[in-house]
Design a protein around this ligand. Sequence first.
Ligand SMILES: [Zn+2]
Length: 469
Amino acid sequence: MPDREPIADLAIVGGTVLPMVRNARETIRATVLVRDGRIVGLTRQRKPRAKEILDAHGKLVMPGFVDAHCHGIHLLMRGLSDGLSYHDWLERLMYRALPAYRAADALVASKLFCAEAIRSGITTIGDSTDFGNRADLVEATLEGITAAGIRALYFRNFSDAPPRALRANREPAARALADIAALMDRRGSDNPLLRIGAGVNEAHFVTVGGFRRAVELVEARDTRLMVHLAEVEADVQIDGINVVDWMRRNRLLSSRLVAAHCVWLRPPQLRTLAAAGVSVTWQPSTNAFLADGVMPLREVLAAGITVGLGTDDTNASDHVNMFTEMRTGAMSTKLRERDGTAVSPDTMLTLATRGGARVLGLDREVGAISPGRAADLIVIDLAALAPFHDLPSALVYQATGAEVETVVIGGRVVMRDRMLVTLDEVALRAQAHKAALGVAKRSGVVSSRAEGYADAAQYLFSQEPDEPN
Ligand SMILES: [Zn+2]
């Protein structure tokens, strides 16, 4: 008998493939073959041997998006942040509401966040929970991520010198890092899509010694360390010097460091980050919503820094959608530079896929379609974008996310024809709404703008019809 190719698990047939390998606009007509969770070939076969065939005629097949920086469980506090500036938002809302979370709240929030992410074509997330010392919240968040079937690098945060308002979050660095190392050991085995990193939240929330030991841990484990950096002008200095210079002086810069935001850094500090191999995540919607400022994309890229896009806080933009991030990022950059050529849609697509993958250290796994990479793919209905002339432009400026029909992660179909396979979104919305009201009530946070919000909202998922008057 002649050798025959082993049967594929999945074949995506008839689509236009945007591999994102050479650039953001070169497409090919090809069948994508998937086996054991990986892309094993791009072929001309119209009738491949496969256990499951996805018909993609008239569709675009592209890599799933990488949401390089997010905080999924913050989603329960949507609608409470409008009108707050960054520090007010932290102190009046986040530092009060997050401690009021229970594990069940984190679980439903994590699942619903993943549902919304998958709906807009996100297949990898770089998620963080701020209260790292709350093991119940960490475990519930990871349970939600695992249930969704999304790929994740989860940053387990710690603070050994938090501000007064966050003192309940304080953990000695040695204990926290031992716990993070144990989580890394344990979590790799029960969910192959999940990796663990560390996070220090803000440079001024940790001691220099704690920060340095965290860097050493992620270097030894070949993973990543997340830090929020210069999101607002007030946080650019630490101990009287620029925070990047302070980190360099204290030997805290590393190629494993992922710096979120960097809105207020100038070229000398950006070059310092680039020289150390630090990568940056950009969250344009949150930066606009909280009026932080606009990250200087041109200067960041000119310095040679790897950049990924993130949806960030889910309650400080109230939205989980990578198309929104691409569009808002492009438009805010044009406005900042007052130059319509300041950024191309090609660049935005690259940041949302390959850029994020490199930031998270997953660039050999995800961010592009090529044999050997993980089968993390999305299928987009091109007819829903008509009329269009330029594909990258249509994806960045026309698409809303509703055009994403099917999502495959690690070879598994997690959304088929807009129906989530792994999660019950209708039930999750009702549960999340109830959980959100519970957190708001227990923590005492209320919207400054919408009086009576809670009363009105209770009826959203009421099963009983109202009595007629
Ligand atoms: Zn963040």
